[in-house]
Design a protein around this ligand. Structure first.
Ligand SMILES: Nc1ncnc2c1ncn2[C@@H]1O[C@H](COP(=O)(O)OP(=O)(O)OP(=O)(O)O)[C@@H](O)[C@H]1O
Length: 264
C-alpha cells in the first residue's frame, strides 16, 4: 500500500449529523499505466452495512485505501463522517478503524501488548477495561498473553477484529474480514459485526468475495469491475434486476460480461 499525504490546504470541517458515513464523488486512481479506480461515485449512509464486491483487481482495496486517506486520489473527492479526506484525516482517523487479514500485527508482541499499542494510538480511555471487555466479547482470554505470530488464522482474525473495535469506531472498513476462516468461525465473526452495528449505530463498508456473507450482512451492495461501478443497490433489487436467485450468480454474470436480466 502506498502512503501519500496531500499538501492541499484543509477545507472547513462539516460534521453535520446528516452527513453520510462515506461520500465518494468522481474518484479516480491511476497507478502509472493502471486505472485502478475509474470515476466512481457512491454514498454509504450512517448505520448501514454496505458490501463492496468485485473480482480480483477490480479496485476495492484501492478504494478503501483512498477512503482512509492512505492513498492519494488522482482526482475526485472523498468525505468521511462529513470531513474532506485526506485533508481532514486528523479529525477522522480516531473515529474509524480498519481490518484486513492481509495486514499482520507485530508477531513477537503478545495479543495483549498489541492491543495496548493500538489502544494507546487511539488514546482509548480505561484501556485495561476495554481490553478485558473485548477479550470477553471475542473470546480471546485463552491466548491474550501468547505471541501474536503463534495464533491460528481464526484466532488472528478475532484479534484483528478486537484491534479494529478498540476505539469503538463509528465507521469500520473491512477488507475480506472472514477470508480463510472455517464456516463456523466466519459465521461467528458476522454475528459479532451485526451486533456491533446495532449496538453502536456504526457504519460498515465491507469488501468481500463471499456472496453469502454479503447477502446476509449488507443492506446495500456496490459491484465494481475494472475500477468502475457496475451496479449499486440492495442485494434483493440487484438479484431481481439480473433475474437471479443468488448474488453468486449475479457476480458470475458481471464477471463474464452478461447483461442484467439475461440470466436463466
Ligand atoms: N500500489 C500499486 N501500484 C500499482 N498498481 C497497483 C497498486 N495497487 C493496486 N494496483 C493495481 O490496481 C488494480 C486494482 O487493485 P486493487 O488491489 O484495488 O483490487 P481489488 O479489487 O482489491 O483486488 P483483490 O480482490 O484481488 O484484492 C489492480 O490492477 C492492481 O494490480
Amino acid at each position: 500500500m502506498t502512503l501519500e499525504i496531500a499538501s492541499r490546504p484543509a477545507p472547513p470541517a462539516t460534521d453535520a449529523p446528516a452527513a453520510a458515513a462515506i461520500e465518494v464523488a468522481h474518484l479516480v486512481k491511476v497507478y502509472k499505466t493502471t486505472r485502478a479506480v475509474d470515476d466512481i461515485s457512491f454514498r454509504v449512509p450512517r448505520a448501514s452495512i454496505t458490501g463492496l464486491l468485485g473480482g480480483n483487481g477490480a479496485g476495492k482495496t484501492t478504494t478503501i485505501s483512498m477512503i482512509m486517506g492512505l492513498v492519494l486520489p488522482s482526482s475526485g473527492r472523498v468525505r468521511v463522517l462529513g470531513h474532506e479526506m485526506p485533508e481532514r484525516r486528523a479529525d477522522v482517523l480516531g473515529r474509524i478503524n480498519f481490518e484486513s487479514p492481509y495486514v499482520d500485527m507485530p508477531s513477537r508482541l503478545t495479543v495483549r501488548q498489541n492491543l495496548i499499542v493500538f489502544g494507546k494510538l487511539y488514546a482509548v480511555k480505561d484501556l485495561p477495561g476495554r481490553i478485558a471487555e473485548l477479550a470477553a466479547d471475542l473470546d480471546l482470554g485463552e491466548f491474550l498473553d501468547r505471541a501474536s505470530g503463534k495464533l491460528s488464522a481464526g484466532q488472528k482474525t478475532r484479534v484483528a477484529l478486537a484491534k479494529a473495535l478498540i476505539n469503538r469506531p463509528e465507521l469500520l472498513l473491512l477488507d475480506e474480514p472472514t477470508a480463510s476462516l472455517d464456516p463456523d468461525t466466519a459465521d461467528w465473526i458476522r454475528s459479532h459485526l451485526e451486533t456491533y452495528r446495532k449496538q453502536h449505530g456504526a457504519s460498515i463498508l465491507l469488501a468481500s468475495h463471499n456472496m453469502l456473507e454479503v447477502e446476509r450482512l449488507c443492506d446495500r451492495v456496490i459491484i465494481m469491475k475494472r475500477g468502475r461501478i457496475e451496479d449499486d443497490d440492495s442485494p434483493s433489487a440487484i438479484m431481481a434486476r439480473y433475474n437471479r436467485a443468488t448474488l453468486e450468480e449475479v457476480f458470475l454474470d458481471v464477471a463474464r460480461g452478461r447483461a442484467a436480466g439475461s440470466g436463466r
